[in-house]
Design a protein around this ligand. Structure first.
Ligand code: ARG
Length: 464
């Protein structure tokens, strides 16, 4: 079977054939291509568009190919793509009747139908893997409701927190990543099949039937749009890029937290490397690579957007160049997801250290100001100024938050406002206790164990 035999005499040059062949990355759509040919042939037979016997022979040959797998195909680049290699296989098996299969079908609608079908499975798989990761995170959070932790802004000590609350931030980000995929899925789940080259066909095909056979929720309403649109790919790759960002941020925190200066967590040996010269080293290489690789999807997205920009409707061969970048984003992000999931699940948290850090470096100062507002009916800005002075005096005298008492605070208050605050030692002690700081933050979305429990419940509803 030679596609060129009619129009041309002579073959494409070897370099042009190699340059233009999509066979290598078409392997990804092999299964989908069988399904699409099967659905199309079934419909053509049902509608009486092709002879029943020819249809049956084609379907039997497709079944045989499915059993034998992709290795049964001749994947020579001179075939341009998998669609031609598949047609060649059927033709070798049943003869020229194989040609009925291509009635009212073009590779233009075939390829984007294949990609959509394959991508639907990929997205479903990614959604399920994200949900598994969230489940792990929720279970870890349940075990760490009271595990004190420090929260940063600008990577500077900010306020006391719990490990559970920090973990649930991950869970909520991942939930949105998941929901983004769920929404994108609707726009992937549309059948362009029947658009043919660009203008449908004069044959009375039944597009609803092929969509139904392939499990698509709807048929695309415009055949030009059907063959030329790849926004479903750009959108999906954005979703993968965004998920990569979430995962890269988690990996980044694992790198920081496991450094000697932080010592908040320790990576499992299974996710660590050592140095070829420094025998003492335990390096978080896997987390670093997850962080580094999380940028790959951004590049793929930019490439895809650049190809899409400024090509006219409808099918242009440029579109072929988009597909490998889609699979690269999918595969890289899935790898990162698996690695970051494994790494977080096996992380050891140094609870003594995180508790120590939770109260260190005046992280409880906001609560001290809040207590002044609450107990003394003081405007927050005045309390903020007094506590700011308390902290600077304490730093000057080399004191820690836990060294401070009512007298010390009154001195600073007099310096700032001319009056003492008179909180009493007990209230001061409570305000400066990191565990009580956390417990006080019971509002929705806060770190208090009661609030985190509610957040966990919401997350479990999402997961169920
Ligand atoms: N391999 C092509 C692609 O991935 C599909 C075939 C369309 N080729 C063509 N010459 N019209 O987009």
């Amino acid at each position: 079977m030679d596609l060129r035999a009619g129009r041309f005499d002579g073959q494409m040059s070897d370099d042009a054939a190699k340059f233009s062949s999509s066979i290598e990355f078409d392997k990804r759509i092999f299964d989908a291509d069988i399904k699409v040919n099967r659905a199309h042939t079934t419909m053509l037979t049902e509608e009486g568009i092709i002879p029943k016997e020819a249809g049956e022979k084609i379907l039997a040959a497709l079944d045989k190919l499915e059993d034998e797998g992709i290795d049964a195909l001749n994947l020579d680049p001179s075939f341009e793509d998998i669609h031609m290699a598949l047609e060649d296989y059927i033709t070798n098996l049943i003869g020229p009747e194989a040609g009925f299969m291509h009635t009212a079908k073009s590779r233009n609608d075939q390829v984007c139908t294949d990609i959509r079908l394959t991508l639907k499975d990929e997205i479903e798989n990614t959604i399920s893997n994200i949900k598994d990761f969230i489940t792990t995170i929720v279970n870890m959070a349940k075990e760490n409701l009271d595990t004190l932790f420090i929260a940063y802004t600008h990577l500077q000590h900010a306020q006391p927190n719990t490990f559970a609350h920090h973990l649930m931030a991950y869970a909520n980000e991942l939930r949105r990543d998941c929901e983004r995929f769920m929404d994108t899925y609707k726009r992937v789940d549309m059948s362009p099949l029947g658009s043919a080259a660009l203008a449908t066909t004069g044959f009375p095909i039944n597009r609803k039937r092929t969509a139904q056979l392939l499990g698509f929720s709807e048929v695309m309403d415009n055949s030009i749009d059907g063959v030329s649109s790849r926004d479903f790919i750009a959108e999906s790759v954005f979703d993968y890029a965004m998920l990569s960002t979430t995962l890269g941020k988690i990996a980044d925190e694992i790198v920081i937290w496991s450094s000697y200066e932080f010592r908040m967590v320790e990576c499992s040996n299974a996710y660590s490397s050592t140095s070829s010269i420094m025998p003492q080293k335990k390096n978080p290489d896997i987390a670093e690579l997850a962080r580094g690789k999380s940028t790959i999807a951004y590049g793929e997205l930019m490439t895809i957007m650049s190809i899409l920009k400024g090509i006219p409707h409808s099918y242009n061969r440029d579109l072929q160049e988009i597909t490998p970048h889609l699979w690269s984003a999918v595969d890289n992000t899935n790898d990162i997801l698996q690695i970051v999931h494994g790494m977080l699940a096996t992380l050891t948290i140094n609870k003594q250290r995180t508790a120590e850090l939770a109260g260190a470096n005046f992280a409880t100062a906001t609560e001290l100001a809040d207590v002044m507002v609450r107990e003394k009916n003081m405007p927050f800005r005045t309390a903020h100024n007094i506590v700011g002075r308390v902290v600077s005096d304490a730093i000057e005298q080399n004191l820690k938050a836990t060294d401070l008492d009512d007298e010390f605070i009154n001195k600073a208050a007099i310096e700032v406002t001319g009056k003492p605050v008179n909180l009493g030692d007990e209230l001061v002690k409570q305000a400066l206790d990191p565990a009580l700081n956390v417990k006080a933050r019971t509002v929705q979305g806060g770190p208090a164990p009661s609030a985190v429990k509610d957040a966990i419940k919401n997350m479990e509803n999402f997961l169920s």
